[in-house]
Every structure is written in C-alpha cells, then in structure tokens.
Design a protein around this ligand. Structure first.
Ligand code: LLP
Length: 474
C-alpha cells in the first residue's frame, strides 16, 4: 500500500477515502445530524425539505440554489435564546443575512451583530431595532461610526486606539460629551485573551498575532478600557472576546472567560468602574461531516455559565450580564445547496487507481470554504433513489481553478449522471455570504421553505446585475 497524500491510501489500485469516511450500507440514506430538521428522503429517494421536494423547488428557480429551512432556523435561534435565558444572544449577521432572516431573528427575540455598514443597512431595511444591534469591525471609518451612532445602534465594539479616538470625536460632535441627560455611546472593548482555539488558523481570532482586538497580556486591553472610561461621551459597557469559529468544546471559552474576567476585575479595582456586561463571542461548531460532534447550546450554556459563576466568585466580583454571538450554529445547518450534475469523469491516478470527478453547476463562487479553509462537506443524490453501488467521488465546481472543490470525498451512487440533483448540507453559514462572481458567475438565490411552501428571499443574480456595474462601453 502506498500513501499518496495525507489521509489517503491506494490499496491494489482501489481508491480509498479518508479514514473517517465509511462506505455507506445504503448510499441513498441521509445522515440526519448533518441536515436541517425537516429534511428527509421519500420512498422515491427524493430529498424533501420544509415539506417540499427539493426537485420541485428548484424546477422553478433553477440550480444552484440555497434552500433555507425556516422552521429549522427559527428553532435553532429559539434554542439559543432559551438556553441562554438571561443572557443576550446576538445572531452574527456575517454568517448569512437578508431582510427575511433579520425579521426572523427579531421575531425570535434575538439581537443582531453586524460587522459592516452593509449588514447594518440590511438590518435596518428589515426594520430591526438599532438599539438591539452590536456593531463590530476592525476598521470602521468616522462616517460609519457617525451613521451607527446617529441611528442609535445599541453598542459599538471598538478594536483599536484610533477607533476610540474616532468614536470620542463622533460623540463630541453630536453633543454627547456633555449631554445633560447623561446619554453616551455604549462601548465594548474587543480583547484578545491569547487562547489557541482548535480550529483553522484563518478563523481563530484570540491568539495574539492577528488583526483583531487589544491584547490582554500586553496591557493594551486595560489601556483601551481606561481610555474609553476617560472619554467624555463614551460609556464602557464591558469587554468582548471572540476566540474563533467552528469550536467544539468549552475549554477555549473557559480559558478566555477566565482571562477576560480577570481583566474585568482589574478594571473594577484600579479604575473604579465595574462594567455591567461581558460578551464571549460566537464560534459554536456544527457538523459538516460525521466526524464533527458539536455540543448543543444548552450543554454549552451550562458549562459557560458555571465557568463565569465560579470565576466571579473566586474574584469576589458580581457576575456581569453575559452575551454571545452565534452565527454558524443557527444558520449553518438550516441551509443546503442544490446543484445539478453535469460532467462525470474518471481520472487516472498514479498507482492505477481512478478518481471520479463529478462536476456541478456551481462551485467556489457559492462555497469558497473548501478552497479557503480545507473545509469538509458531504452530499447526497437528491432527485431519485439509486440501486447502484456506492462509488467514491470528488464533487467539483465549474470554475477555472483546480482547487474549485465542493466536496472532497463522498460516496455517491455509481450510476450518477448528468441531470441528477446533488444536495450539500450545512451550507447556511459563510457560503452565500462569501459568494463571489468569479468567472462572472451569477450568485445563487436563497429559497426559504416552510410547511410545504417556498418563497424566494434572495433572487438569483442576472446578467443585467453583472453588467450594471460595468460602465466601460456605451
Ligand atoms: N462574533 C464575532 C466577533 C465574530 O468575529 C464572529 C465570526 C462571530 C461572532 C460568529 O462566529 P460563528 O458563531 O459564526 O462561528 N468565514 C469563516 C468564519 C469567519 C468568522 C468570522 N467571525 C468560515 O467560513 O468558517
């Protein structure tokens, strides 16, 4: 046996998948933990979501298309809200936002974390209460800060000394520096607690050498809190830490909470002000493949709550009001992407094995995560039942790039052919929101499905949309 690449092996010319990928006994079966709660297959092997056959939904809108299971989204939002009762749950808009989703978030009683003026604009268009919005970003301009403050955004999470100055200037400009009613801009200080989160380097954010936040160990975080407290017109709401994304156990949160609370206590001791809140960020992981085993929100909250309670008791300080910012764990499992199979091709590898490449009508323009983070996904034949044996396949997009892979390894029926529909679960977070027009692809629509009805909440881009910004030829 020769190993050709990490996790791969060829045995006597036969291609084997990564060690964790098991050949299924029934290639038509769904693994429920990877799908939204209403997803299942009927007796004809047709995938159904929200009470509708996926094939019927896409018959009207074409593929690729994102299907958003509204009931599942709302249920996950509620589960966080209920598990974290007494805490504030901010849905992280960057994972996916459109006006319909902003409304669902509001209706389910969650607050909203935005990280750009664009996200803020979508939220406002949906009628989201600005007081329930937290505004993030490491490079907000004076104009953006001014707009947020003018609109009454509930909290601004500052990320640099320059931003504290800009925000103080904005506050002074609109008369908050000596406001007779005591109104002030509510500020959280984003800190880096120096935790090595067990996740991809590009989505880990609490170690020291990256662009976000103020270092606790280097003293910048304390200094930032001091400057906010000293700035007329700014009020220190608390400290904020986000250790990264796609995190499965509470140990990283535990270390972060301990370090942030120690700073919180120091601020209280040395600066004489006890900030009322603390935010532990988002990052709760979801299952993309059978390897992933995420904790449910209630288990996490119990663990995180205990950590905070214990630390506060040890430090002899009152517990701050807590907030969190889940994005992926709410919208990730609620969506799947539906593609149409085009070319199916066998490629000869060294050692005599052959790999089957299944090309679909989307790719890295609607899901960059495989190329960018080496993310693993799974998929299933969504339009029919197959009696064929499983074949190990790689699902690729239609873009001009060899790294344009949608699903690295999956067992699919050996009779897969052009025209079949494939569905990829777990694509709600950071897929449509990170979609691009690479190769002038038209970004796919998002179709909400619920109780047997479908509704386009984001339409497919058109060639006219693409050409609208191209003003080079009269
Ligand atoms: N709060 C803050 C301050 C954040 O920066 C993030 C994500 C979240 C909350 C939400 O994290 P979540 O619960 O969704 O993991 N594009 C990457 C993820 C980048 C996350 C950026 N910040 C990916 O596709 O995995």
């Amino acid at each position: 046996m020769t190993t050709h690449e990490a996790g791969w092996a060829h045995a006597e010319g036969a291609l084997k998948g990564p060690v964790w990928l098991r050949e299924p006994t029934d290639v038509n079966a769904l693994v429920p933990s990877l799908w939204s709660t209403t997803a299942h297959k009927d007796e004809h092997g047709q995938l159904r979501v929200g009470g509708l056959a996926v094939a019927d939904v896409v018959a009207n809108v074409n593929t690729p298309a994102f299907l958003l299971d509204e009931e599942d989204f709302r249920a996950r939002a509620r589960a966080f809200r209920d598990a974290f009762a007494g805490w504030t749950v901010f849905y992280a808009a960057k994972a996916f936002l459109c006006t319909a989703v902003a409304r669902w978030v509001a209706e389910e009683g969650l607050s909203l974390d935005v990280a750009s003026d664009g996200e803020l604009t979508v939220a406002l268009r949906a009628g989201f209460d600005p007081a329930r919005i937290g505004y993030h970003g490491n490079n907000k301009t004076v104009t953006e800060l001014r707009r947020a403050v003018d609109l009454g955004v509930g909290r601004i999470i500052v990320d640099s000394f320059a931003e504290i100055e800009r925000l103080a200037m904005v506050a002074a400009d609109i008369g908050l520096a000596d406001d007779s009613a005591g109104r002030a801009v509510q500020v959280m200080v984003r800190v880096t607690p120096g935790v090595e989160a067990h996740t991809h380097e590009y989505i880990a954010t609490a170690h020291e050498d990256q662009k976000f936040g103020f270092s606790i160990t280097g003293g910048d975080a304390f200094e930032a809190a001091r400057r906010v407290l000293a700035a007329p017109g700014l009020e220190l709401l608390g400290l904020h830490s986000h250790i990264g994304s796609q995190i499965f156990d509470s140990s990283g949160f535990e270390v972060a909470a301990r370090r942030v609370l120690a700073l919180h206590a120091r601020i209280s001791d040395e600066l004489g002000v006890t900030p009322p809140e603390m935010d532990l960020g988002g990052g709760f992981g979801i299952a993309y493949t059978t390897v992933d085993d995420p904790s449910d929100p209630s288990q996490l909250v119990t663990e995180m709550g205990k950590i905070v309670e214990h630390e506060c008791a040890a430090l002899g300080i009152p517990e701050p009001r807590l907030s969190i910012e889940p994005g992926r764990a709410i919208v990730g499992p609620a969506m799947c992407t539906v593609y149409t199979v085009g070319t199916v091709k066998q490629v000869a590898l060294d050692g005599g094995a052959r790999r089957t490449y299944v090309s679909v009508d989307g790719g890295m323009s609607d899901n960059i995560r495989t190329a960018l983070y080496g993310a693993d996904y799974s998929c299933t034949l969504a339009s029919r039942r197959s009696a064929a044996p499983p074949m190990l396949a790689r699902v690729v997009g239609k873009h001009c790039e060899a790294g344009d892979i949608v699903v690295k390894d999956e067992f699919l029926p050996a009779d897969l052919e052009a025209g079949d529909l494939l569905a990829v679960p777990g694509t709600g977070a950071y897929c449509r929101s990170m979609a691009s027009n690479y190769n002038h692809a038209l970004r796919p629509p998002v179709i909400a499905v619920r109780d047997g009805a479908s509704r386009v909440v984001v339409r497919r881009e058109t060639v006219d949309d693409l050409l609208a910004t191209d003003v080079g030829v009269e």
